[in-house]
Design a protein around this ligand. Structure first.
Ligand SMILES: Nc1ncnc2c1ncn2[C@@H]1O[C@H](COP(=O)(O)OP(=O)(O)OP(=O)(O)O)[C@@H](O)[C@H]1O
Length: 653
């Protein structure tokens, strides 16, 4: 019988032992030669000496790629009897430096936890609140096999093979225990592929559908790699923090969420995770940084501020992850990202490991800009020669940040998950409010005990959000808003109130479109459709997550005509019913744009899966062999979607 990872979640407790690696399976921390061409790594305990003695850095701790992976499945280990639900106290991994220190999870890692500090239990909140609420719904509407049939495409040199279970990957006992606490029994498809790639030390550009577990896919290898390094001494007296890993995300709320997740994954490992984001008091963040940091999760604006104040140095960054990478590299953020990655003190590509993740990856962002002459060589891949005028200089290129990377696509790039039922209704602007009201009434009537299911309503403007929220509240539907004009405190309070169900309707601008993992969002309403199909994909992805089903309704009218074709195509490929009137709009659009599908929302032009790694394009590989044909891909068409976007929207951080 085939089971999916979502299926397995329900049986997490009974299968817990599968994820527990025995001591014999734990990675040996054996320094081995560092990756070719990469600068010597400075272990944390030598960092303070680095300035005075560069040569001392030569005794390199293993990079991710250097640490051996054991591949035998661990023997069955009975779950601990009695004790707390989450197991029994700190997990000691004999191979881990933290355990060698004899202090359980509290070690003397350079950035890590101090013995005198108590690490708050990041799972406590789950026990108190959401779990009880979840349990009743956990098994309803789950499409167990949803992720099993998704085609996976990889390209690049020597792609490490995927794994089927967490037990096959040697992440270490402490991390495995946290995976069990999270009730993750089976890796999701993106995790199956991305984790071994990252553990092998390779740079990665990964695209996988919304809600499919990308956060863990980049967090697990980072934590595991840090755990393989020897402990360091805190740099006493230094007010500058030297994180080993940096995770950048485009919004404050998403950074907070990644921090919360990463803290769970790193619980009692000694790896310390700190978050820094705008809108919140910087002093608390400075104090947190001063206590030490291994993994820094940040929004770009606040990070630049910290770098300018010399309170953070990127000198020791070995692992860089960009979540929502296409958004991070589009016109709004790109200058800040370039500054952080290329113009500060971060080691260059090739000397750090870089991972880019998103559910959408327009080719422009991947690296191919139409009209450019792109040249490729194995040693210095993705070198772009700008020969079409100064207006193209500074073009954003994901591949600028990557070294000999592997491209991974789970499902077609930019596709939405079939778990979301998508409806499009023709609604004039003047009728939108009453139409929304009808939907909410119907939803309330059919909901359990007349309760309102969590509904996320996307609108175009901040003012529109406030006004709709006011109108809904006046009409008996408790609502709140999240947008860029609200204070950070208000934004966080709104999110909490929505999650708890106190205000089961959240009216939002695009600030809530990406990444947020809010359990039990039953319905996403695109009251105003976005201009860009990729934004639509992210917005509807707030429902139908982690194997659960969801509903997305869009109000469409003439003003959305430019989206018609891409929307119809997206719906078709996610096996949705496309209304005939929408097909007509789409056809008219194709006709008026000369059959090409029109503008920046033009999609693939045929094959559902294929041609997704821009390096495979003939213009990229012109005149040379196809270096990137090693994958198990679905050859064919190309993904023409573009979300370069109109620039900065004020909703973003
Ligand atoms: N292996 C797993 N087993 C069960 N649940 C998982 C697993 N991995 C992740 N999840 C859960 O799936 C949900 C979605 O994960 P996550 O937020 O990382 O998705 P994502 O792919 O980053 O989505 P988005 O593209 O919207 O950012 C989370 O609640 C997470 O805890």
């Amino acid at each position: 019988m085939r089971t999916s990872w979502a299926d397995a979640v329900a049986n997490a407790d009974s299968s817990a032992a599968v994820t527990s690696a025995s001591p014999s399976n734990v990675a040996t921390v054996a320094p081995s030669p560092s990756r070719g061409g990469r600068a010597a790594y400075v272990p944390p305990h030598l960092r303070s000496r680095q300035q005075s003695s560069e040569s001392s850095a030569a005794t390199a701790a293993p990079a991710i790629s250097d640490a051996p992976l054991t591949r035998q499945p661990p023997p069955f280990v009975a779950p601990p009897a009695g004790g707390s639900r989450w197991g029994s106290g700190p997990i000691r991994d004999p191979s881990r430096p933290s355990a060698r220190g004899g202090s359980g999870g509290w070690n003397t890692r350079g950035g890590g936890w101090d013995r005198r500090e108590r690490e708050a239990n990041p799972f406590a909140k789950d026990d108190d609140t959401s779990e009880a609420a979840c349990d009743s719904q956990e098994n309803s509407g789950i499409n167990f096999d949803a992720y099993e049939d998704i085609p996976v495409d990889t390209s690049g040199e020597n792609v490490p093979p995927p794994v089927n279970t967490f037990a096959e990957i040697d992440l270490g006992d402490a991390l495995n225990e946290n995976i069990r606490r999270c009730k993750y029994v089976k890796p999701t498809p993106v995790q199956r592929h991305a984790i071994p790639i990252s553990l092998a030390g390779r740079d990665l550009m990964a695209c996988a559908q919304t809600g499919s577990g990308k956060t863990a896919a980049f967090c697990f290898p980072i934590i595991s790699a840090i755990l393989r390094q020897p402990p360091g001494q805190r740099q006493r007296g230094s007010r500058t923090a030297f994180p080993l890993a940096l995770i950048l995300s485009p919004t404050r709320e998403l950074s907070v969420q990644i921090h919360e997740e990463a803290r769970k994954f790193a619980f009692q490992t000694g790896v310390r995770v700190v978050v820094a984001y705008g809108g919140a008091p910087i002093n608390q963040q400075l104090r947190d940084l001063e206590r030490g940091v291994d993994i820094l999760v940040a929004t770009p604006g606040r990070l630049v501020d910290l770098l300018e104040r010399a309170r953070v140095s990127l000198q020791h960054i070995r692992y860089l992850a960009l979540d929502e990478a296409d958004r991070m590299l589009d016109m709004g953020f790109e200058p800040q990202i370039r500054r952080i990655v290329e113009q500060m003190d971060m080691p260059p590509r090739g000397q750090r490991q870089t991972m880019l993740f998103s559910a959408t990856f327009p080719k422009e962002i991947q690296g191919l800009v139409y009209g450019l002459l792109v040249e490729h060589s194995i040693d210095d891949q993705a070198r772009v020669i700008l020969n079409h005028g100064p207006q193209l200089e500074g073009t954003r290129l994901a591949s600028d940040f990557l070294y000999n990377y592997i491209f991974l696509a789970v499902g077609r790039v930019g596709s939405s998950t079939d778990l979301i039922v998508q409806r499009v209704e023709f609604v004039l602007d003047s009728d939108k409010r009453s139409h929304l009201m009808d939907l909410l009434h119907a939803q309330r009537d059919s909901g359990a005990h007349g309760k309102q299911a969590l509904t996320l309503v996307f609108v175009e403007t901040k003012r529109g959000a406030d006004s709709l929220e006011h109108w809904l509240s006046m009409n008996g539907f408790p609502a709140t808003t999240i947008h860029g004009d609200r204070t950070q405190q208000e934004r966080e309070a709104a999110l909490r109130s929505f999650k708890s169900g106190a205000t089961p309707i959240l009216v939002a601008t695009d600030v809530a479109a990406r990444g947020l993992d809010i359990p039990h969002v039953a319905h996403v309403v695109n009251f105003d459709l976005p201009n860009d199909i990729d934004d639509y994909v992210h917005r509807i992805g707030r429902t139908g997550r982690a194997g659960k089903s969801g509903l997305a309704t869009a109000f469409f009218n003439d003003s959305n005509a430019s989206l018609a074709r891409s929307l119809a195509e997206l719906m078709q490929e996610s096996n949705q019913e496309v209304p005939q009137w929408l097909s007509h709009y789409a056809a008219a659009r194709s006709y008026s744009s000369g059959g090409g599908g029109g503008g920046r929302n033009r999609r693939s032009g045929g094959a559902r899966f294929g041609g997704r790694d821009f390096r495979r394009d003939s213009s990229y590989n012109r005149g040379g062999g196809d270096y990137y044909n090693g994958g198990s891909g679905y050859g064919g068409g190309s993904t023409g979607a573009s979300s370069a976007g109109p620039g900065v929207t004020s909703a973003w951080d």
